[in-house]
Design a protein around this ligand. Structure first.
Ligand SMILES: [Zn+2]
Length: 109
């Protein structure tokens, strides 16, 4: 009978679980933690820690204050997923606030 080994990786990056990968920041074996049902390497667990990122409401409040303080928003649109998501959010919020939204797509060389 053969058993197949299922390789596990960090649920946020490609660091392999259980293979003794080294944490480049300290030279020690990379540790993994389970957080919210997800397997995370210690690098991602630290990066995603609430201590590094303020609450989502903080960003929403800053965004609202910015839009209320500006009647014109200029946005550089790359065409990638991140900027498409931001453009969709900006478009919706600018319509709500009555702000003018100008966006231009960056041209690739
Ligand atoms: Zn990771």
């Amino acid at each position: 009978m053969t058993t197949s080994k299922i390789k596990k990786f960090c649920d946020h990056c490609v660091n392999p679980f259980g293979l003794g990968a080294i944490n480049p920041s300290n030279g020690k074996t990379l540790q993994f933690v389970e957080r919210g049902g997800r397997l995370l390497c210690e690098i991602c667990a630290d990066f995603l820690s609430p201590l590094r990122f303020p609450d989502r409401k903080y960003f929403d409040r800053e965004f609202d204050e910015y839009l209320k303080g500006h009647n014109k928003v200029i946005f550089a649109y790359s065409g990638g997923l991140d900027s498409t998501v931001v453009l969709a959010l900006l478009s919706k919020e600018c319509k709500k606030e009555g702000s003018s939204l100008n966006h231009s797509q960056l041209k690739q060389a």
